[in-house]
Design a protein around this ligand. Structure first.
Ligand code: HEM
Ligand code: HEM
Length: 166
């Protein structure tokens, strides 16, 4: 990806980051409607209108995440990102880069595997979505937040600032 020299993430980049974080937490913490729908379908039943509605909430939020992911990559390509932070030890800079690339991959992979399961009945895709990708996402979010805390309180850098107030 191209990176111009900019001091912080642009306002649209920051808005997309935090809106997406909110939507992702919602789907991670409240997938029960979708799970209930899936259980009924798996057992050959017919889901009630309420079950379909709450499964659709999960689906539409997930599809919004996919749309924002496309927008986010475009913003990254056209507006660039601030330089790596020199105070951070090289090994952590490398880890952060790997984590960010994987997070980018997940914001595409989760919605796409979910859609394959929900709209096209691909069960294996549902299992990958609900078990493997979900766990990787949780682990990376934990590492990501730990990294942000280390920047703020240990290395005392402007990392959090450039993704918040700018
Ligand atoms: C980033 C976006 C998404 C996240 C974070 C997410 C997260 C989750 C989570 C946490 C579960 C429950 C896993 C468990 O049982 O513990 C789940 C299940 C499921 N989600 Fe998503 N989801 C996303 C997008 C989507 C989309 C866009 C769709 C479909 C349009 C979808 C369809 C499903 C289905 C069908 C299941 C049940 C799968 C199964 O039990 O095999 N998800 N999702
Ligand atoms: C929940 C889902 C989240 C996802 C998918 C996510 C993803 C990402 C990605 C991919 C980047 C790199 C941006 C780029 O260089 O293009 C980033 C940066 C950042 N994220 Fe998150 N993030 C999430 C949640 C959070 C949370 C909860 C925090 C709170 C501490 C946070 C704080 C930051 C900060 C401070 C940066 C800027 C790092 C820097 O200056 O290089 N993120 N995030």
């Amino acid at each position: 990806m191209r990176s111009h020299v900019v001091r912080s993430y642009s306002l649209p980049q920051r808005l997309v980051h935090w809106t997406m974080a909110l939507l992702i937490f919602y789907n991670l913490l409240f997938p029960d409607g979708m799970n209930a729908w899936h259980r009924v379908i798996r057992h050959g039943g017919t889901p009630s209108p309420e079950q379909i509605a709450s499964a659709n909430v999960h689906a539409y939020i997930g599809i919004s995440i996919l749309v924002l992911a496309v927008l986010r990559v475009c913003l990254r390509l056209f507006q660039g990102a601030p330089l790596e932070i020199a105070e951070e030890p090289a090994i952590f800079r490398l880890a952060a880069k790997a984590a960010h690339v994987t997070l980018y991959a997940l914001i595409f992979a989760l919605p796409l595997t979910g859609m394959a399961a929900y709209y096209f009945g691909v069960d294996i895709s549902g299992s990958i979505h609900a078990e493997i990708l979900k766990m990787i996402l949780w682990a990376l979010i934990a590492a990501h937040v730990a990294g942000a805390l280390a920047h703020q309180f240990y290395w005392k850098t402007n990392a959090v600032r450039r993704m918040t107030v700018g």
